[in-house]
Design a protein. Structure first.
Lengths: 417, 476
């Protein structure tokens, strides 16, 4: 990700919106050739020092005629991040110690010697060459070779074309705009589970609302952090930015971010899947496990009349705990729902967490006197090795072998009052 | 009823809205429906506890403190000066909350160490730079034999006595803010910004101390610090301390000229900047230079403005480079190093590149951010024990880091702010047994922005009074 000093966005004070810098097809086609030159520069730049590479980046981008300094700095950062730089800190430190120890014995080092207690600069350099066993030019090159701007490029592994580099830049600027965000709202029609999982990974707090319109069910997620209730704070901005990289890889979403702008004014930043930002991260997997895929495949091949099987269509949430049941069985006649959870892994941590979360919706509480109807689907192979008693829950279980009979699932669901 | 620490806040559960309204009206508790609780900043911990103890009338679960008892036994006897004793007494009289303002070199660290000893509790020390973090670590080890935890510079080792940087404290306080009973913010003026102040807001420590030599100039910032830590309980100015607890000092300003070619280039670059600024001020009379970045980015909406702004920005940067690297500066530095060949000399510069160039020219070590812990310690020890006569630094040594018995400092660049200037002056003001006078040389490029900045600094009393006393020495 970029630093704030590399971020570019424009604030529209009239409409109270903020727009991050973006290099677009058409308007910025003249960046494609320089972008390719930048990639070539780094791909063939092994051995060059970072400072020199940055100077070259600057001169390449200046050829576009409209590249502001921050955009240049941003490209430098993105390219640097994909490179590996050589820095032998120990060797440089050793050289410096020897050099400065020698210098201390020659102090003061002057251009014109006025007393015997002084050392002429030329003599001092000769002594350094003799003592350190290298030429003055080598000393100059190596003395600070571990300093960031003096480090040499070792390799560059970014497998991108010019257009993808510009996409990477666009995403990075959108992320940087979120550094000053105090709160974000995501409306999603798909990939809820991935969105929430990545919000959790980014240690964000959420509020969730379920809505329905003519296109179906959608969820509104409001993300911020613990201190957000107390004051307007952008301390979670970097977390929003980290989450954005994955959100961009999801489908069918819109984002609204509230940005703390200049003079403490509030601006809106809007983005959606339709904006077609590209993420270097992979899109969400279609299935968490092959078993889920098998279950859906079996249902499609042999559906049960009067019932529908929906995949990850509901989010259950209590305060900051969320569960996305793998499937929801819906009986058409009365719209009654039976939640289906696949229990595939058997690590103690997985069990503990699964048990804690299932308990929230399957045990009666003062707030929720009517527990939800759940059934568990468990591979037979796992049941041979482990006992479901480890879960500590009294839920109907359907063991599954190589094939699954959807009717068996319905029969089990019907045992629940 | 349960109170716990959550991500730098306090979470109160199991109380009714009526109770909060009635009993906690003076607390900034906010209802948080996201988590079915009431919430406030962790820094309110003492007040919340007092309130619950007073009004609840039944035991409650306090899950906040995760502290470990510590026992600190000093290895040697402590001799405190009267002013240090007064500062400590003032802190405890304010219930262990407050800010102590003492000039650099008057022993703020000694005051903090004594407070830690008297508190005998888990303590987090927060400092601005990693050098100071290691220095505090070494000081704690030398004083009590305790290997304090370190949080920062790639290390995350939390112990009952720990030292961290402001940056790391701001990032990690949501997770460690309930593990200390006493928090000490050294060079507390770094805390006033809205991002960094979270380091104090998210810390539940009931005892809170701020130390500084230079309070922020903005009264709003001072007020923020007082909200976070408590009021200013003790204050001593640099002029009060000079000659008493600080060394007497003088400041010499030396103006150096650019060579004619540099001067001409500087003039032309200045014209580019002025032309641009005047043009913008015609469009918007409130235009300020720091808005330049926004203008450079208007490549789509106002390509002409963006191009002119980019040109002006480049000219401005080039101007600064010329100011910093005026041909005469190297010659004057050589003259001063020759004059003070027997003294330890600290050289302050304005950029890392200049520091490296001087280092190569004078074969003198430079202490910059690239130096690792071992190298920094070696350079500082070598400078302290006289192995190195000259030490070059950019901002690393501006404040906090102890440099005993340095009586000569030469400033070649930086010092844009009065605070930085006073802090740099403070580096050379530790009073020695010999009572030797300290000298700060300020080398400025003539006919440049550096002269104006130097004039502005003279408005600070630390720079005015000695200059008046030693007027013949100052090249005005």
């Amino acid at each position: 990700m970029l630093t704030s000093s590399q971020a570019i966005c424009s604030y529209d004070y009239r409409r109270r919106i903020v727009v991050p810098d973006r290099l677009c097809r058409g308007t910025h086609d003249h960046y494609l050739r320089p972008a390719q030159r930048l990639l070539n520069l780094y791909r063939h730049g092994a051995g060059r020092i970072r400072q020199e590479l940055h100077q070259r980046v600057e001169s390449i981008l200046e050829s576009t005629g409209d590249c502001p300094p921050r955009r240049i700095a941003a490209f430098c950062k993105l390219l640097d991040d994909a490179g590996v730089f050589h820095h032998d800190a120990r060797a440089a430190r050793k050289l410096r110690t020897a050099f400065f120890t020698l210098g201390a014995s020659l102090h003061p080092i002057v251009i014109q010697q006025e007393s015997v207690f002084e050392t002429r600069l030329g003599d001092a350099r000769r002594r350094a060459e003799q003592t350190l066993g290298m030429t003055w030019e080598e000393i100059e090159n190596k003395l600070f070779s571990d300093v960031i701007e003096m480090q040499r490029l070792k390799q560059f592994e970014l497998q991108l074309d010019a257009s993808s580099l510009l996409s990477l830049y666009n995403l990075a600027q959108a992320q940087a705009t979120l550094y000053r965000a105090t709160h974000i709202r995501v409306i999603a029609r798909r990939d809820f589970k991935t969105i929430l999982r990545h919000a959790k990974l980014a240690r964000l707090m959420h509020s969730i609302e379920r809505h329905e319109d003519h296109d179906g069910v959608y969820y509104q997620f409001d993300f911020d952090g613990a201190a957000s209730t107390l004051r307007e704070t952008w301390r979670y901005g970097v977390r929003f930015a980290a989450m954005l990289a994955k959100l961009v890889a999801c489908r069918d979403w819109t984002l609204q971010a509230y940005i703390h702008g200049p003079k403490s004014q509030r601006f809106l930043f809007e983005l959606s899947a339709a904006d077609r930002l590209r993420s270097p991260l992979a899109p969400p997997d279609d299935y968490d496990s092959t078993l889920e895929q098998q279950i859906e495949g079996a249902w499609r091949a042999n559906p049960v009349e009067g019932w529908t099987l929906e995949r990850e269509s509901e989010l259950l949430h209590v305060n900051q705990s969320v569960l996305t049941p793998d499937f929801v069985l819906v009986r058409a006649v009365d719209r009654r729902k039976f939640f289906v959870e696949v229990v595939g892994f058997w690590t103690p941590e997985y069990f503990q967490e699964k048990s804690r979360r299932l308990r929230l919706w399957t045990q009666p509480t003062p707030q929720n006197p009517d527990p939800l109807r759940f059934i568990l689907i468990v591979p037979e192979t796992s049941l041979k090795r482990h006992s479901l008693a480890e879960l500590g829950l009294q839920l109907p279980v359907l063991p599954v072998g190589k094939t699954l009979d959807p009717h068996a699932m319905i029969r089990l669901a019907m045992t629940i009052p | 009823m349960q109170l716990d620490f959550h991500d730098g806040t306090l979470r109160l559960r199991g109380v009714t809205a009526k109770f909060v309204e009635r009993a906690c009206a003076n607390l900034p508790l906010v209802s948080d429906p996201r988590d079915d609780c009431y919430r406030c900043d962790a820094m309110e911990y003492s007040r919340v506890c007092r309130c619950l103890d007073r009004h609840l009338g039944q035991p409650w679960d306090n899950l906040v403190p995760q502290v470990t008892q510590v026992h600190l036994h000093p290895k040697a006897s402590r001799n405190l000066r009267d002013d240090q004793r007064q500062a400590i007494a003032a802190f405890w009289n304010a219930a262990g909350r407050g800010i102590i303002v003492m000039p650099t070199g008057t022993g703020k660290t000694v005051v903090a160490i004594e407070i830690m000893l008297q508190a005998q509790t888990s303590t987090l020390v927060v400092v601005p730079v990693r050098d100071l973090m290691y220095q505090w670590h070494a000081r704690i080890l030398a004083t009590w034999g305790v290997d304090a935890g370190l949080i920062g510079d790639g290390v995350h080792r939390v112990s009952p006595i720990s030292v961290t940087t402001y940056e790391s404290a701001t990032i990690h306080m949501p997770r460690i803010g309930n593990r200390f009973q006493l928090v000490i913010f050294d060079e507390v003026h770094h805390l006033a910004g809205s991002w960094r102040s979270d380091a104090a807001r998210m810390c539940a420590a009931p005892m809170r101390l701020g130390l500084t030599a230079t309070l922020p100039a903005d009264p709003q910032h001072v007020s923020t610090l007082e909200q976070l830590l408590g009021s200013i309980v003790y204050q001593q100015s640099i002029t009060e301390a000079a000659g008493r607890s600080l060394a007497p000092y003088k400041i010499r300003r030396i103006a150096v000229a650019m060579d004619p070619a540099q001067q001409e280039r500087y003039r032309r670059l200045g014209q580019v900047v002025q032309h641009f600024v005047r043009g913008r001020q015609e469009v918007d009379p409130r235009f300020r230079w720091d808005e330049i970045y926004k203008l450079t980015a208007r490549t789509t909406s106002e390509p002409g403005v963006a191009a002119a702004a980019t040109t002006a920005l480049r000219a401005f940067r080039m101007k600064k480079r010329l100011e910093e690297r005026a041909a005469g500066k190297f010659a004057v530095l050589e003259k001063l190093l020759r004059e003070h060949a027997a003294d330890r000399v600290l050289v302050f510069v304005g950029s890392n590149a200049m520091a490296r160039d001087l280092s190569l020219r004078f074969f003198a070590p430079c202490l910059l951010s690239h130096c690792g812990k071992r190298e920094r310690a070696d350079l500082l020890d070598g400078f302290a024990d006289g192995r190195y006569k000259v030490l070059i630094a950019n901002q690393v040594l501006d404040e906090g880091v102890d440099l005993p018995e340095v009586k000569v400092a030469i400033v070649l660049g930086g010092m844009a702010s009065s605070r930085q200037a006073v802090q740099r002056l403070g580096r050379i003001l530790r009073r020695s047994a010999s009572g030797q006078q300290a000298i700060l040389y300020e080398i400025v490029t003539d006919k440049s922005g550096e002269v104006a900045r130097s004039r502005a600094r003279r408005r600070h009393d630390a720079f005015q009074k000695p200059a008046r006393r030693d007027l013949p020495d100052a090249d005005q």
